[in-house]
Design a protein around this ligand. Structure first.
Ligand code: F0G
Length: 457
């Protein structure tokens, strides 16, 4: 078989900036060992996120020029609305400036103290919006999803038995919604099978609970279904996508991922009453219902991107990228989540740095080491992001200690990925020298964004 190549050629390029190790040492210290504080000009390969970092296509840029900036009833909105309706099959579409704005609206309406939202795994902003409403979020990922090194085809699946048990324990009347995150970002970018989406939806229907999809990476999930689930190999991704959404009552979406947009998002749903509530809240937070916090040109870019992402040459290259990096790391003995996720490679920091206790944040220490070694920026997805404190201020750790290297869409080439593999393997060879960190300052919510840390001697 031939090499799977980047299915595009490059018309416009951006410079990346090189730094020395001495410079990075200083930069890391002045960023308080938190990569979120590093200026992007000081980063060589930026794998902090795949969100809003995509390269737009020439067709998207052409669509940008067609953006109609009318306050109400812009044709750009109707293109956006038609694309979302077509792909999700949902009749009611509400634009928002990004995914968390959609979350803020829906959870402000449905969440309050004494309410529970069940999910395979909630992303950090989703959980934060739920908790901000006074409600509680509960993650019920399947057993395979809890073991980074054991490969399984659908490690993002909901644990169906646990879902039923929790619904009965908490009472369906206290559960306004079940959320299926595709792919399961915090669980390693792992997909959810069609069978699991269908079964989750059936359980929800039995108890009269609406099921929503957090659809950020819907096309990547659909492609995994095509590759791995019986009966889907010959189905077009578009049909698989339609089927996934057919089981849901609604969805939240960040168009900064699988729509190749630099900004944007939406809510889509079937319930007119709920949509009315959402639109009312939208008007006081995001804007009029035909732009919802976006410029007309952004709506245009999303409408085009939503279709481009379902191109199977693109998806094949996309999924191959993470697989290729994962294979190289496995060959060198680096502990990495298996199989590769859709949008990112996840290093298992607990196994990578067994000498660093969880209380000293091995994931964060590893993320800093990758920057120091090769100017690569990743993000900790572990106890800094998800840890809580008990009554005695002792850390309640997250389930996994991971470092995520998220691959921006259509941005880096194979040689960039080869370089990333070399740097990680270099760090792995020197892993004994890496030291743990302690927090010196933190916010009460989403603390990983702004926490300041220092090295422990
Ligand atoms: N849901 C999931 C599964 C996400 O991954 C994200 C964002 C959101 C919701 C929120 O969307 O950023 O547009 O407000 N994830 C980014 C990331 C930030 O880096 O994984 P947003």
């Amino acid at each position: 078989m031939h090499t799977i190549i980047e299915p595009f050629r490059i018309k416009s390029v951006e410079p990346i900036y090189f730094t020395t190790r001495e410079q990075r040492e200083l930069i890391l210290r002045s960023a308080f060992h938190n990569p979120f504080f590093i200026h992007s000009k000081d980063v060589l390969i930026d794998l902090l996120t795949d969100s809003g970092t995509s390269a737009m296509s020439s067709n998207q840029w052409a669509a940008v020029m067609l953006g109609d900036e009318s306050y109400a009833g812009s044709p750009s909105f109707f293109k956006f609305e038609n694309a979302v309706k077509d792909i999700t099959g949902m009749p009611l579409v509400i634009p928002t400036h990004q995914g968390r704005a959609a979350e803020k609206i829906i959870f402000s309406i449905l969440g309050s103290k004494g309410k529970y939202f069940l999910s395979n795994t909630l992303f950090d902003t989703t959980r934060a919006n739920i908790e901000f409403s006074g409600a509680e979020g509960i993650d019920l990922v399947c057993e395979e999803g809890k073991h980074p090194s054991i490969p399984a085809p659908f490690k993002g699946n909901m644990d169906l038995e646990a879902l039923r048990r929790e619904i009965i324990r908490l009472g369906a009347e206290h559960i306004p919604m079940v959320i299926v995150t595709i792919t399961n970002n915090s669980g390693g970018g792992q997909p959810v099978s069609m069978e699991n989406i269908r079964a989750t939806s059936k359980i929800c229907a039995e108890f009269g609970i609406p099921m929503f999809i957090d659809a950020c990476r819907f096309a990547e999930n659909a492609y995994f279904i095509k590759l791995r689930e019986e009966g889907y190999a010959d189905k077009p991704v578009y049909d698989i996508v339609r089927e996934m959404f057919s089981y849901a009552d609604g969805c939240t979406m960040s168009a900064k991922k699988d729509a190749f947009a630099n900004i944007g998002g939406f809510l889509a749903m079937r319930d007119a009453d709920l949509a009315l509530h959402c639109r009312n809240l939208l008007i006081i937070t995001e804007g009029f219902p035909t732009y919802g916090g976006l410029a007309g040109r952004d709506l245009e870019a999303v409408a085009v991107g939503l279709y481009e992402v379902m191109d199977e040459h693109y998806l094949r290259y996309r999924i191959r990228t993470t697989e290729y990096l994962t294979e190289k790391l496995i060959a060198a003995g680096v502990p990495v989540m298996q199989p590769a996720g859709g949008h990112a490679v996840y290093l298992d920091a607990k196994a990578f740095l067994p000498h660093i206790p969880i209380e000293a944040y091995p994931g964060q220490a590893l993320a800093c080491a990758l920057y120091l070694e090769g100017g690569i920026r990743g993000v900790e997805i572990g106890s800094l992001m998800f840890g809580k404190y008990d009554a005695d201020h002792q850390l309640i750790p997250a389930a996994l200690e991971l470092v995520r290297l998220a691959i921006p869409r259509r941005v880096y080439t194979q040689s960039h990925i080869d370089y990333v593999a070399e740097v990680i393997i270099g760090v792995f060879e020197k892993r004994r020298d890496i030291r743990g960190l302690r927090i010196v300052e933190e916010a009460p919510m989403l603390r990983h964004f702004t926490a300041k840390l220092e090295q422990i001697d």
